[in-house]
Design a protein around this ligand. Structure first.
Ligand code: UDX
Length: 447
């Protein structure tokens, strides 16, 4: 199928490259000329495992191309995926101006029937607005466009894997034509007929479920899922607070809870809280959506509050152990909001660094991927060539992102370079018995 993907951020770039890889002819559009130039020069604007290879191979095969020309891309395609950003406005609502703008541009390209698919995370009822906009700007010939919702559930750092091995593919449609087209697009995934770029040979035999709903339910599934996952994290972080007050270990509590299949062990990792460009903004947006339709979703406001308080809990732990924070040197292991990504948007590490700088601390850091982006945001961070250089002369080491390579560090060497061997393990990740046996003071989160 000829597919046009509008927006080459994390979602659009992964979606476009993966759709090309399963045999479609995909053109990815972005109005950021620099980004399109980068992609056409064979370079990547973001780091995402396996993505670079996918882009290179499919460009070479002629299945994938990049352009700033939306009108041409949309005109030649039977299906248009909208994957543009929906950043938060001041009041927490999603800014839909990019969605509206590209919808209007697509509306002028209707010389044969097209399916417009919303993939960006949008408030419920956005599909109706898209439909109406297409109708108005295409001169009233509504039948030329179908609109569907197809929320993405890709996690940064494992987005390619998630695309090829989703548990479910959700589509929201208001007519069978749209369902048929989307089923056709995803057929290779649904039938397991693809070359898995992550595992070769691919070990997963489970086929995803294809869930078809009405448009509004599909839109809600996305916000409801992300809010629920965020709630799980805040729940375990609240339990962590109780654990600390009574001397229990949140890791053990989470293990015991997770063994109940009704609860499940995923998303019960206590620590510095959730970050990234999805949970924080989607939560806020969902609270606003509920408010607008007359429901006070107080539960989700509390989820947000607990998450923000994690940063303060970390500051208090540092204060308690270092006594005075002014002029202390603090080293960070990890800046990205999670491992396997260079994304620092709403990263707990960055929030904590900002907070500590207000206290007068000097910050050194090492992250395998995110230092460039972090330095661009806070130039005062000294970035080391490795974890040891970052830790030189530090009075405390904060583990903020659980990059697997941090498990292989030489802790004797680390102890040698630090001014004071104190660790705040913001993800309960480091080998506590080992580091304490080497003379480190170790403080975790909720244990
Ligand atoms: C999330 C959803 O998982 C994905 O389905 C959706 O499409 C986009 O939003 P993402 O933001 O990439 O994905 O990362 P995720 O792995 O969900 O982690 C989000 C944050 O929660 C990270 O900061 C992570 O460190 C934190 N987290 C996650 C915890 O603190 N504890 C956990 O148990 C799990």
């Amino acid at each position: 199928m000829n597919i046009c993907v509008i927006g080459t951020g994390y979602v659009g770039l992964v979606t476009g490259s993966c759709l090309a890889d399963v045999g479609h002819r995909v053109i990815c559009i972005d109005n950021d000329e620099g980004k399109i130039r980068t992609l056409n020069a064979g370079q990547m604007p973001i780091y995402e495992p396996y993505l670079e290879d996918l882009v290179r191979e499919n460009r070479t095969d002629g299945n994938l191309s990049f352009s700033t020309d939306l009108a041409r891309g949309a005109k030649d395609s039977e299906v248009v995926f909208i994957c543009v950003g929906t950043p938060p406005l001041e009041n927490g609502e999603a800014d839909l101006s990019f969605v509206e703008k590209v919808t209007r541009e697509v509306s002028t390209t209707a010389d044969f029937p097209k399916l417009v698919v919303e993939k960006s995370t949008v408030p419920v009822q956005t599909g109706e607005h898209i439909s109406r906009t297409l109708k108005i700007y295409s001169g009233g010939k509504k039948s030329r466009f179908d609109v569907a919702s197809n929320p993405e559930f890709l996690r940064e750092g494992s987005a390619v894997l998630d695309f090829f091995h989703p548990e479910r593919i959700v589509i929201g449609v208001d007519n069978p034509r749209a369902e048929d087209v989307l089923r056709e697009i995803y057929r290779p995934i649904l039938e397991g007929r693809f070359r898995c770029p992550v595992h070769s040979p691919c070990s997963s035999a489970t086929r995803p479920l294809f869930l078809v709903t009405d448009l509004k339910s599909a839109e809600l599934i996305k916000h409801a899922s992300n809010s629920y996952l965020a709630m799980k994290i805040s729940f375990i972080n609240a339990i962590a607070e109780v654990c600390e007050r009574v001397g229990a270990d949140v890791e053990k509590v989470a293990e015991g809870m997770g063994l109940d299949p009704r609860i499940g062990k995923e998303f019960l990792k206590a620590g510095l809280g959730f970050g990234g460009f999805c949970f924080p903004k989607d939560l806020q947006a969902f609270v606003r959506i509920a408010e607008k339709c007359g429901y006070d979703f107080a539960l989700l406001r509390e989820v947000e509050k607990i998450n923000k308080a994690r940063i303060e809990t970390a500051v208090e732990k540092l204060k308690k152990n270092l006594w005075v924070l002014r002029d202390k040197t603090i080293a960070f292991l990890g800046l990205a909001f999670k491992p396997q990504t260079d994304d620092i948007r709403f990263a707990p590490a960055m929030e904590l660094i900002r907070r500590l700088r207000l206290e007068g601390c000097h910050i050194r850091a090492f992250d395998p991927r995110a230092m460039k982006k972090a330095s661009a945001e806070i130039p005062e961070i000294f970035c080391g060539r490795d974890a040891y250089e970052a830790a030189e002369g530090a009075e405390a080491l904060v583990l903020a992102t659980e990059w697997p390579e941090f498990l292989d560090l030489d802790w004797t060497r680390m102890r040698g370079v630090m001014a004071r061997p104190f660790i705040l393990d913001g993800r309960n990740f480091l080998p506590q018995p080992l580091v304490t046996s080497l003379g480190f003071e170790y403080v975790g989160m909720g244990r």
